[in-house]
Ligand binder design. Structure first.
Ligand code: PLP
Length: 343
């Protein structure tokens, strides 16, 4: 295997073309066996339901080269299960877990030369996508679907290491309705979140932090990342809410927090609790943990750390999780799946 000639240590978090992607078609009630293609484009009917009516769900996960040279994926069965929940909620056929994992095996094998070397901080980002491709003009589920898995090598989300961010509590806009689709990874949620994100940036903050849409009283999450805080007595708390996307990173941090004695708790978190936290972070696959420097609510600001130094809890949680992903610390929870590659 001749690795691609890339400047691995300086990859940004952007799309970069690789050799192949894999595509499966659902037709007449069943999936085909999938084909590997080098085409970056999708030929599609202009009346496809994904274009008009938002029948679209996606996932995001990472493949790592570990210290011992193994190429592994982190908790992909959880992504497969989450995609099943997304499909069910917007009336798309599900991708069975075995097919989801097989797609990852095949597409990573085909793009083996793009798996970043251990120690560079880079990873292979894997993006599964399921779209309604059948033509409809009335609002109805499509009769044809495509499941694609594409990969792209990415650098760490923050190139210069941890970069604490400033959040602002968003009161004007909601990301998702209480009994809507905020808890599944469907494309429409992200278009809906763009204006709150732009507003936050225009006002000098990094990102918006949403409140629950029903009462505007509890914390939800921040754009594409879950939120957690550390209480004064050292407890890891993260919002319980019907409109938060269940993050697999957060699910893992809840376990790690428990392993570290931080007595994790998922519960409704009132907005004024932000003033009692000693540390806070956002979490998701892309950045793993983004330390939160400050949260602004109305005219008050809660501050957790400085511009260039994460809080102690964020740093500890981050190191433990990344070390498990890279095979530096033991995977005691069985989160790592070694990929069967041909070379
Ligand atoms: C994907 C996503 C996350 C993070 O989930 P992970 O499984 O940890 O990557 C958090 N919030 C939203 C809204 C997301 O779409």
């Amino acid at each position: 295997m001749q690795r691609a000639a890339l400047d691995w240590k300086n990859l940004g978090f952007t799309y970069r073309k690789t050799d192949y992607n894999i595509r499966y078609t659902w037709k007449d009630g069943d999936w085909d066996n999938g084909v590997i293609t080098d085409d970056e484009y999708i030929p599609m009917h202009m009346a496809a339901t994904c274009l008009h009516y938002g029948q679209e769900a996606f996932e995001g996960l990472k493949v790592y080269e570990q210290k011992n040279g193994d190429v592994v994926v982190f908790r992909d069965v959880e992504n497969a299960r989450r995609m099943i929940r997304s499909c069910e909620k917007i009336y798309m056929p599900i991708v069975p877990e075995a097919m989801f994992q097989d797609a990852i095996n095949r597409v990573v094998d085909a793009n083996r030369r793009y798996v970043p070397p251990f120690g560079t901080g880079a990873t292979l980002y894997v993006r599964p996508l399921l779209i309604g491709t059948g033509a409809r003009i009335g609002v109805r589920p499509a009769d044809e679907y495509m499941f694609i898995v594409m990969v792209t090598p990415v650098g760490p989300y923050f190139k210069a290491g941890f970069k604490p961010v400033s959040l602002v509590i968003e009161e004007e806009f909601d990301r998702a309705a209480p009994n809507g689709v905020g808890d599944v990874k469907v494309g429409g949620n992200y278009a809906a979140g763009l204006r709150a994100s732009f507003k936050a940036k225009a006002n000098g903050f990094t990102e918006a932090l949403y409140l629950d849409a029903r009462e505007k009283k509890y914390l939800d999450e921040s754009g594409p990342a879950n939120f957690f805080g550390i209480t004064q007595d050292g407890q890891y708390v993260t919002p319980a809410s019907h409109s938060v996307l269940p993050s697999i990173t957060n699910m893992s941090l809840l376990q790690i927090a428990d392993d570290m004695g931080l007595r994790p708790q998922q519960r409704p978190i009132e907005v004024n609790e932000i003033f009692n936290f000693v540390d806070a972070g956002c979490c998701g696959t892309a950045a793993v943990i983004t330390p939160v420097k400050s949260i602004t609510w109305r005219d008050k600001e809660a501050v957790y750390c400085s511009d260039d130094m994460p809080g102690e809890y964020c740093a500890r949680l981050y190191n433990r999780l990344v070390n498990i992903q890279l095979g530096i610390e033991e995977d005691i929870h069985g989160w790592i799946r070694r990929l069967p590659l041909t070379d």
